[in-house]
Write a protein that binds this ligand. Sequence first.
Ligand code: MG
Length: 388
Amino acid sequence: MTTAALIVAAGQGTRAGGAIPKQYARLGEQSVLGRSLGVFLGHPAVDLALVVIAETDRAFYDAAVPSDHPKMLRPAAGGDTRQRSVLNGLRALKVSAPARVLIHDAARPFVTADIVDRVLGALQRAPAAIAAVPLADTLKRAGPDQRIAATLDRAGLWRAQTPQAFRFAAILGAHEAAVAAGRDDLTDDAAVAEWAGIAIELVEGSAANVKLTTAEDLAMAATALGPGAGDVRTGQGFDVHRFTGGDHVWLCGIRIAHTHGLEGHSDADAALHALTDALLGAVGDGDIGEHFPDTDPRWKNAPSHVFLADAAARVRARGGSISNVDVTILCEAPRIAPHRAAMRARIAEILGVEPGRVAVKATTTEGLGFTGRREGIAALATATVVLR
Ligand code: MG
């Protein structure tokens, strides 16, 4: 069963002011449209995506949308009203003959895969389904003097959001019939479906799934995604491995020739072990010994990048991104400085972050303690992650 996403981006967004329509405004690393569209392109149930745009916005569209994505169809031209724009998009989708269509406003960039799941789930039992939230505010009706004339009963009232999901043939038929009947004042596709007598289920959307309308909305959204936003977590790690016979050590994923080796069940990379624990600590997810016990033969002589990559995956599975990591190696020898650039690059590669987010430092302990007596190597690490 083919499912298409129809993203409506043809509005001029004049209420937001600014030089470019709001759907093309930047929000963090992407445009508003790019972010909305990305949720659908990344969703496994969505097979095709088509964006309806104002023809004058073609250059903005080209900059915002990955034209080579296998799910992307060519954009359709918008009409004078939102309703006309959706109809144009539905007509353009006809050749692809999808069974279902999700219609979504580009200006709702905080839609999530969960909301898409819920709407599509409801479409299996209802002819149509839309994301919506129950009204929380008390409603007042104003009189002509802007004084309250009445307080309305909000029981049973919901605010409609998008995505709105329909059987493709049914919603295309409803839109064609509405326009033929001279009804072009309907402000969402659920209203078109209602007019055509299609039953529609309300599905829990999200308070965060707001429509960006004004310049203030855009500024608030940018703040919500900006640096410092989100749940900032810090973790620390510490590890020691003892010197033993050998001719090299592994530190920060780099093989370094040395007069000794390091003893351990895995490759004994104390720096990557400390860093793995720092990442796990930041998200409160146990420690390296719990996830990779040294009693498990699978980890015998294991390369430690496996442990670090697993910790990074655990951070990402919680919606986290790695802000920075910082490693300090304590030893008298080998010398770390000649390997520092390679170590930063290797850690950045394992974590999938820019090298600028990785620091590697080293110090001796002035001949004091077990590192000073050259009995082993110790490593400290901290990691900062942001959960959104
Ligand atoms: Mg260790």
